[in-house]
Design a binder for this molecule. Structure first.
Ligand SMILES: [Zn+2]
Length: 357
């Protein structure tokens, strides 16, 4: 116990006492394997862990275990080969945020396994060549050394903390979020929706007319149904059978589905965007949206996707409807903390900020 209390503060002796990346990597990889919600950050960190593990035993020291964005992205998505898109992918994945927001859980995981050190992310920006190098570096778990930040107080460590929390913190810090847009044609439809969205979008000339007709038809159908029920009550005098009940349940179910469908179409026309039903999107694709826009006389309806990375915890952000009087407004909700990490959504600017409560 006393050995650790006399922790030296100068960087060199600390570095000498630090375990190597290779020693801590198995625990780090085990922690990553225990994370269940898939996100780009998690995939890239797993790639960084696996790639480091491949070479860690060769060097013995941690200094050479550096990878640039392209190295990491190629492991996860071999089809993305261009360095600039790889750099964007890594930037948008918010690796630092992923690790720092889960630091309590991660450090407890290391401590439970009897380790006094954990691994964190290190980004070394190289001048000239312009390819930042990512690596993992060990750091001590003791809280005294957390505040000292011996070295590598680079851009990584300060991003790790959320916006400054001042005294008397009145509310959450206002974080900004940027949505990525996948245009119609890049989102894969399910086989059910392939006839409509095979090319990503379809044109309709009289959607409004069709909707108007169906909206007029709905009350008329209700009136007809009521009249039929009154007629049954007055003139049919026989006991209720199972077939009657089954018919009633089926009619109510079909009516509700049709009503929901018509309402969604109205919202699509009025709001330009609605979340697409799961049956329209291929099962292994993330949730998508239906977007409508005008092109000449025709109206185009396309299957698109707005997605983002949570600036708090680096998980995926999905669009969902709000509650109460905002039940028709779309918000970006983090899949890990959908009630807490909530952001506004603007489909024109493709930006948002922490949603006010
Ligand atoms: Zn989040």
């Amino acid at each position: 116990m006393f050995r650790d209390e006399a922790a030296p503060t100068s960087p060199e002796p600390v570095a000498n006492r630090l375990p190597t990346v290779a020693e801590l990597l198995p625990c780090f990889q085990e922690w990553l394997a225990g994370q269940h919600v898939e996100s780009n950050a998690l995939a890239l960190l797993r790639a960084l862990g696996n790639e480091s593990a491949k070479v860690a035993h060769l060097t013995g020291r941690g200094e050479q275990l550096e990878f640039n964005a392209e190295d990491l992205v190629q492991v996860c998505w071999p089809e993305l080969v261009d360095f600039d898109s790889a750099k964007m992918k890594v930037k948008n994945a918010k690796l630092e945020q992923y690790l720092s927001s889960r630091s309590v859980d991660r450090e407890a995981f290391f401590a439970q396994r009897g380790l006094k050190h954990s691994l964190r992310l290190r980004k070394r920006s190289t001048s000239g060549h312009h390819r930042a190098q990512w690596s993992l570096e060990p750091y001590a778990l003791t809280p005294q050394e957390e505040t000292i930040e011996p070295h590598a107080a680079s851009d990584v460590s300060h991003i790790g903390r959320l916006e400054p929390v001042g005294p008397g913190d009145a509310g959450p810090a206002c974080l900004r979020i940027e949505y990525a847009y996948a245009p119609a044609g890049t989102v894969k439809p399910s086989w059910v929706a392939r006839p409509l969205f095979g090319s990503g979008s379809f044109k309709t000339k009289s959607l409004r007319g069709l909707l108007f007709a169906s909206t007029v038809m709905a009350p008329m159908a209700c009136i007809a149904l009521l009249a039929a029920i009154v007629w049954l009550m007055l003139f049919v005098n026989r006991p209720v059978t199972t077939a009657d009940l089954a018919f009633f349940v089926c009619a109510a179910g079909i009516g509700w589905v049709l009503w929901d469908f018509v309402r969604q179409l109205w919202w699509l026309l009025a709001d330009r965007i609605v979340p697409a039903a799961d049956v329209l999107v291929r099962w292994n694709e993330p949730p998508a949206q239906l977007e409508s826009f005008k092109q000449g006389d025709a109206r185009i309806i396309g299957l698109v996707r707005y997605s983002a990375t949570c600036p708090v915890c680096a998980a995926t952000v999905e669009l969902r409807y709000g509650a109460g009087h905002e039940r028709r407004r779309l918000f970006g909700c983090c899949v890990e903390a959908p009630q807490e990490h909530v952001f506004t959504f603007d489909r024109v600017t493709r930006q948002g900020k922490t949603a006010p409560r």
